[in-house]
Write a protein that binds this ligand. Structure first.
Ligand code: PMV
Length: 326
């Protein structure tokens, strides 16, 4: 049967991927490090079927033109690699809101890459899957791996892929995501990557980024949560300073985003271990330890602009499932 279902998790970048040196191949300007988030998952079923006369793409119960186009482009890459010209039906479900800066394209294209290659009969190893997933969505090249993941920038397509640097049980970090809005984000990462170099601070960022990646690797190795949290929070603020100073400028934050950021810093003054990071959306990832998870969760839910929280921990590699979505 040419059908496969895969569950892949989203991730949160500790060091952000921002800017591309090759738009078509999606080669990033800089390397990045993330942790895979079990609890923010996408399940995708792909079936290649001779009877279909076109591709059918259903995401969260809807067939959306724009996103379907990107999925079909990815199916085309896979059909070329397999040398088979068969249409597919793709059904995908997230356990979390998409398009809000929680990296649904990462888990989505990771699940799609693995399920579609399996369904069409390609046997790819993790490196090959990562290279292929990267061409659908940059962050997806990290989401085909598990645990704490590093994506090397690479000079060519063959060199730009991700690997697990620490397994999911090396460190127990919790991510309490404060959801402050469930609508679509205003800042498009595709547009943002393209204008990153219009910020006068972007060159400074690139000059220091290798050093920063090295430091993050070291503090993870030493299991130093406070040092890691401090680095991650300052990286998020540096990243947003690039967004703010790009042309046109990009303000991703909503009032609720700022409320959470201030609350996290106030919690730290009371001795609670909590550090924030934010991608191009308005929802805030708050990293904490198992000891403080319930307190952080409680306090975030008490904030006036927080709608709800979603908790995640470091997750593993994507897995194949027997229960298909259709
Ligand atoms: O994969 P994209 O194009 O959505 O880029 C996302 C980049 C950030 O989320 C802002 C950072 C990252 O590394 O995940």
């Amino acid at each position: 049967m040419m059908k496969s279902t895969v569950k892949a998790s989203s991730d949160i970048a500790l060091i952000k991927y921002w800017g591309k040196k090759d738009e078509v191949l999606r080669l990033p300007e800089n390397g990045s490090i993330s942790m895979i988030l079990s609890g923010l998952d996408t399940v995708t079923t792909v079936e290649f079927n001779e009877k279909l006369t076109k591709d059918e793409v259903i995401i969260q119960g809807e067939s959306e033109e724009g996103e379907a186009g990107r999925v079909i482009k990815h199916l085309d890459r896979i059909r070329v690699l397999a040398g088979k010209h068969i249409f597919a039906k793709v059904v995908s479900q997230n356990t979390f809101p998409k398009g809000t800066g929680l990296s649904s394209s990462g888990s989505g294209f990771a699940a799609l890459t693995i399920s579609a290659t399996k369904a069409i009969g390609l046997e790819f190893n993790e490196k090959e899957l990562s290279i292929l997933a990267r061409q659908g969505s940059g962050t997806a090249c990290r989401c085909v791996c598990g645990g704490i993941v590093e994506w090397k920038d690479g000079e060519t397509s063959e060199e730009s892929y991700s690997e697990t640097i620490y397994p999911s049980d090396y460190l127990d970090i919790r991510d309490v995501v404060a959801v402050v809005d469930e609508g679509k984000k205003l800042v498009s990462s595709t547009a943002g990557h393209a204008t990153a170099n219009t910020s006068p601070f972007y060159v400074v960022r690139l000059e220091n980024i290798k050093n920063k990646i090295e430091k993050v690797r070291m503090v993870i190795k030493e299991k130093d949560f406070d040092e890691l949290g401090a680095l991650v929070e300052s990286e998020a603020l540096e990243f947003h300073s690039i967004l703010l100073t790009s042309q046109p400028s990009m303000i991703a934050w909503y009032p609720g985003t700022v409320e959470v950021m201030l609350a996290v810093q106030a919690m730290r003054r009371e001795g609670i271990k909590a550090y924030f990071t934010i991608n191009t959306g308005f929802n805030v990832h708050v990293l904490t330890t198992p000891d403080f998870e319930s307190e952080v969760n409680k306090r975030l839910n008490q904030l006036s602009l927080v709608i709800k929280t979603i908790t995640a921990k470091i997750g593993g590699k994507p897995i194949e499932q027997n229960n298909h979505l259709f």
